[in-house]
Design a protein around this ligand. Structure first.
Ligand code: GAP
Length: 607
């Protein structure tokens, strides 16, 4: 079955994004460019907030993570070492009738009657032996298959007199036909997703460079520099936020699969399990139901993996994506990337996410958390010839205290793991054995190549998830008492593009305007504030609701005359704070606040 053309909620979201300036199609005035999106004023603020929060939580609030900002174009050898040049491809096929391109692995299986033709005879009675096939639903007359086949031959410049060698066959679960028109597809072929360019004035093979398809590799390539300059010790992480590019075969679902996007990646380097066991006596590999708590010295890679999954879920919950909106997918061995030992995907239930047979929605990938072993650093060591290992004094001391049996056991395990990696990389047996032996000897002297856990999130997918999650429609009454339907974007205050709207009750009262502008001038030093004095106050509130602004501050006559009633009765220099929309947990609450206390109160609320 073809993907449904219409997803009403997605259409509304796309239209709101354009109307309110969250997301626009790139190059729209020239008809757009498929897979590229621009962020408008509200989208740019939302994106900045998300990236800042990630950066703050992943680096500034942690002692064990530091940041990096590397270039988009790097030495092409990096992509050879990482495996991207040889293996970063999707299977692609084309419709033989319309030339439309598909990702072969995303075509849903179909059933029906396949009509096969051996060729065609043209009006000059010449036989053209060009085999072709069409799939039509069971019960549909064969004429429709013949019509499609005739179109196929005519597109090749043949004036059709008769189709030759027709035979039909019932087929089940095939993915060889275009789901939209039944035409046969070309054989799937690998399509490398890296976008290429040339560095320097000559466009030759040796000047080819790639726009990075992930930010991760720069972290591995700079691992030694960061280790030496940051005074960090294993375990520690390096975080990076930045653009990535993939020439996706079929960009789709708005920004979900784009060709230019941003990633927020952490490479968290840990000791191999054999080193942990030598140091602490045993490795904790327990499967925990929830957050495993504070990191412990005896954690092996499995615990660190679980820890980062739990940390990332905590992050999503902290910006308003509740557990119910998220899902998890533990990748099967067949799904795992060539470098990964285990990967857990955190999913979000997007409006376009598919339902299973029971009607449950699993969701689509927001972030992948991969346990990458020591693959990446080992690859860069082999390809660059520069050592990527670390020396661990604690390990050396602990190793010397082990009995011989334990030393032999750990050495053997480490040797076997290294040998497996080297053989997988096609290193000849004798050399692989020699190198693995050297690595095992190195472990006994306190040396190893760190392993890595990688939480890798997409900024654009997260922005789309936050927008979809925030989108609410509300039916209420407008200023004139007429029923209306309007949108409220219920962003968490931490990510909301605009934190506060500031309004004088009336535009034509200079003292109200002056006071509101003074408040605006002060608040904007600390957060994103929008000043609005145009139109009826209800309209101004509605505009802010649609932008997802969680708080509104209104200067009215009581600001000057004193509060009429309530806890602040008689007080001057107060304002009303209005909480966004009346479906919020605060239920459209309004409260009176002293201007002198306003900033501290808002700062506390927007985190
Ligand atoms: N370094 C590992 C890595 O890049 P990935 O699963 O290919 O892993 C990580 O990408 C994240 O980057 C994904 O979970 C997704 O959020 C985001 N991402 C990947 N391809 C994307 C695309 N074409 N458009 C938007 N986001 C994408």
């Amino acid at each position: 079955m073809a993907e449904p053309k219409e997803n009403v909620l997605m259409e509304k979201i796309v239209s709101l994004c354009k109307r309110r300036g969250f997301i626009y199609q790139s190059s729209e005035i020239y008809g757009g460019i498929n897979g590229f999106w621009d962020y408008g004023p509200l989208g740019a603020e939302l994106k900045r907030n998300v990236k800042d929060l990630w950066w703050r939580e992943m680096t500034r609030l942690r002692d064990d993570v530091v940041g990096l900002e590397a270039t988009i174009i790097m030495a092409p050898a990096i992509w050879k070492a990482s495996g991207h040049v040889d293996t970063f491809s999707d299977p692609m096929c084309d419709c033989l009738l319309t030339k439309k391109r598909f990702r072969a692995d995303q075509i849903e299986s179909q059933s029906g009657i396949a009509y096969f033709y051996e060729g065609v005879t043209d009006e000059g009675s010449v036989l053209h032996k060009i085999p072709y096939s069409v799939l039509i639903p069971a019960g549909k007359p064969p004429e429709s298959a013949r019509k499609t086949a005739a179109q196929f031959y005519e597109l090749r410049g043949i004036k059709v007199k008769s189709l030759e060698g027709e035979r039909s066959e019932k087929v089940d679960g095939t993915t060889r036909y275009n789901p939209e028109n039944g035409s046969l597809l070309s054989e799937p072929r690998p399509f490398n997703l890296m976008l290429q360019t040339y560095v320097g004035p000559i466009q030759s093979e040796e000047n080819i460079a790639y726009l990075r398809p992930e930010t991760a590799q720069a972290i591995f390539a700079q691992f030694k520099n960061v280790l030496e300059t940051s005074r960090q010790k294993i375990p520690f992480g390096i975080a990076q936020v930045g653009k990535a590019f993939r020439n996706e075969v079929t960009p789709r679902n708005f920004t979900f699969r784009s060709r230019e996007f941003e990633q927020m990646e952490l490479e968290f380097f840990i000791k191999p399990d054999e080193a942990i066991e030598a140091i602490t006596g045993s490795v904790n590999t327990a499967d925990v139901a929830d957050h495993p708590g504070e990191p412990q010295p005896n954690w092996g890679w499995k615990m660190w993996h679980q820890y980062w999954v739990a940390e990332r879920v905590r992050f999503y919950e902290g910006i308003g994506l509740s557990r119910q909106t998220l899902g998890f997918h533990v990748q099967t061995p067949e799904e795992l990337a060539h470098y990964a030992r285990a990967t857990v995907d955190i999913l979000f239930k997007f409006p376009f996410s598919k339902k299973d047979e029971q009607g449950n929605v699993a969701g689509d990938e927001l972030e992948g958390i991969a346990a990458r072993g020591d693959f990446d650093l080992s690859q860069h060591e082999r390809f660059s010839g520069k050592p990527m290992g670390v020396f661990d004094e604690e390990l050396r001391t602990a190793w010397n205290k082990l009995d011989d049996a334990k030393k032999a056991e750990l050495s053997k395990r480490y040797y076997e793991a290294r040998l497996k990696y080297l053989l997988k990389c096609n290193v000849p047996q004798a050399k692989a054995e020699k190198d693995a032996k050297e690595d095992a000897d190195g472990l006994a002297k306190g040396q190893y190549i760190p392993h890595v856990i990688e939480p890798s999130a997409g900024v654009d997918r997260l922005i789309l998830a936050l927008i979809a999650n925030a989108y609410n429609e509300l039916n209420d009454i407008d200023d004139k008492g007429a029923p209306r339907s309007r949108v409220i974007m219920r962003f968490h205050p931490r990510v909301a593009p605009i934190k506060v709207g500031v309004f004088p009750l009336l535009k034509n009262k200079p003292e109200l305007v002056a006071k509101a502008q003074a408040i605006y001038a002060e608040l904007r030093q600390h957060m994103m504030v929008f000043y609005d004095d145009a139109g009826a106050i209800g309209r101004r509130y509605a505009r802010m609701d649609e932008a997802g602004t969680p708080f509104g501050v209104t200067v009215d006559f009581e600001t000057f005359e004193g509060v009429k009633e309530g806890p602040l009765a008689g007080e001057k220099d107060t304002v009303t704070i209005r909480y966004r929309g009346n479906t919020d947990e605060e239920n459209g609450m309004q409260e009176r606040v002293k201007i002198s206390e306003l900033l501290a109160m808002l700062q506390q609320k927007v985190g």
